[in-house]
Design a protein around this ligand. Structure first.
Ligand code: SAH
Ligand code: SF4
Length: 395
């Protein structure tokens, strides 16, 4: 049952910007849904009968070919290209820095409207490459083991800023297709995970619109099974994510009792383990996907005992699941230690013997602070005060 606290719930008093207006005053067409793009083309005088075709053409230039200039859209009439350039922009965040780890992981620091900064991480592996995308600047939540959680939430990212992260990484990796070139079987960015800064389900509409573009057959064409959204457990939005996005789901579970989860993932005080599990039980059916990933950060002496492993297996019984064990990544001032390797393996073994895949996530890009939970834009110096964190976690 969902617990309703007597005091105010953890909410997000965040301004969500649905459209960003670049300095030019023109409308940015990145991040618009097909319908929204159709509306502005119609308003700009595109004849009704042509709107659908024009949307398809512009969409393909931008999201399939990676074109950033209306003048290059050679299947549109010259004066129509000029009209588009006059009214609209194709604007992406600005890449401020790119760091490359010894293990090949790349971290991009991006500047967005308002001068804020977010991070995006590319993790190359042998047979795939994963782009870890941010959904907010900072986070309203205060998970006690997460670096992002110590940063004040500044604002939700727009759909343009979310899909823009994928586009900028493709620019850097040189991954836009060349006309006539054979199709690349394994894409450099073969998977997208919403596991960067922020809680994606607290920026639902923009995350959904951006992922729709990533999944679109004429857009970035990644299958919905190659996109994973990670949530700390925003229970009321889980069914909606299944229905409106339909990607894979990961949940930051991290504890097997409410007492410990309240401390680690404070949103548990609003929706406890039972409420969360109930929402998760329906997800595979609603989204027509196979398994939910349970993320479990391994914190020495906090949540890593054999009893925890056994309780975990019991709790998730009946839910098609895989358990992803994440060795804790330290950050300056972090209050926990990583569990010993033997402990992590013993924990994994109990889960594996109970019939669940229990991969241990290899920390990537630690030397450039790009590993899970280490992201925090240094320029956002505002740190949540101890009082603020306590106020949020005691609700
Ligand atoms: N806000 C979302 C998605 C971003 S975090 C969420 O919480 O699910 C991606 C994953 O990294 C989450 O499972 C998160 O709990 C985990 N994480 C956060 N800080 C970490 C740290 N310091 N070490 C290891 N994993 C961490
Ligand atoms: Fe926010 Fe996720 Fe970090 Fe928790 S783990 S503070 S929800 S980014």
């Amino acid at each position: 049952m969902t617990r309703h606290p007597a005091t105010a719930p953890i909410t997000q008093d965040v301004v969500t910007i649905r459209r960003d207006l670049p300095a030019s005053g023109k409308t940015n067409i990145i991040g618009l849904t097909r319908d929204a793009l159709a509306d502005i083309l119609r308003a700009a005088g595109t004849p009704d009968k042509q709107v659908k075709m024009r949307v398809g053409q512009i969409w393909q230039w931008i999201y399939h070919w990676g074109v950033r200039d209306f003048s290059e859209m050679s299947n549109l009439a010259k004066d129509y290209r000029a009209l588009l350039a006059d009214r609209f922009d194709i604007a992406l965040p600005e890449v401020v820095t790119r760091q490359i780890s010894a293990d090949g992981t790349r971290k991009y620091l991006l500047r967005i409207a308002g001068g804020h900064e977010v991070e995006t991480v590319y993790i190359p592996e042998e047979s795939r490459g994963t782009l870890c995308v941010s959904s907010q600047v900072g986070c309203t939540l205060t998970c006690s083991f997460c670096h992002t959680g110590t940063q004040k939430l500044v604002r939700n990212l727009t759909a343009a800023e979310i899909v823009g992260q994928v586009m900028l990484a493709r620019d850097d990796l040189g991954e836009w297709p060349e006309p006539g070139a054979p199709k690349n079987e394994t894409r450099l960015i073969s998977n997208v995970v919403l596991m960067g800064m922020g809680e994606p389900l607290y920026n639902f509409d923009n995350v959904r619109d951006a992922m729709k573009i990533v999944m679109d057959g004429e857009g970035l064409t990644l299958s919905r099974r190659r996109i994973t959204l990670s949530t700390s457990g925003v229970v009321p939005e889980i069914a909606r994510a299944a229905e409106e996005i339909g990607c894979l789901l990961a949940v930051s579970f991290h504890a097997t009792t409410d007492e410990v989860r309240d401390r680690l993932v404070p949103i548990n005080k609003r929706w406890n383990i039972e409420a969360l599990l109930n929402a998760l039980r329906d997800y595979p059916r609603l989204s027509n996907s196979e398994r939910i990933t349970f993320e479990y950060v391994m914190l020495k002496g906090v949540n890593d005992s054999d009893e925890d492993a056994k309780r975990l297996v019991k709790l998730i019984r009946g839910i098609p699941a895989k358990i992803n064990l994440i060795p804790f990544n330290e950050w300056p001032g972090s209050p926990y230690e990583r569990s010993d390797w033997e402990r992590i393996e013993a924990f994994a073994d109990i889960i594996y013997k109970a019939g669940y895949a229990s991969p241990i996530r290899t920390p990537r890009g630690e030397d450039i602070m790009a590993a899970c939970g280490q992201l925090k834009s240094a320029t956002e110096r505002l740190r949540k005060s101890r009082a603020e964190i306590e106020a949020e976690t005691s609700r």
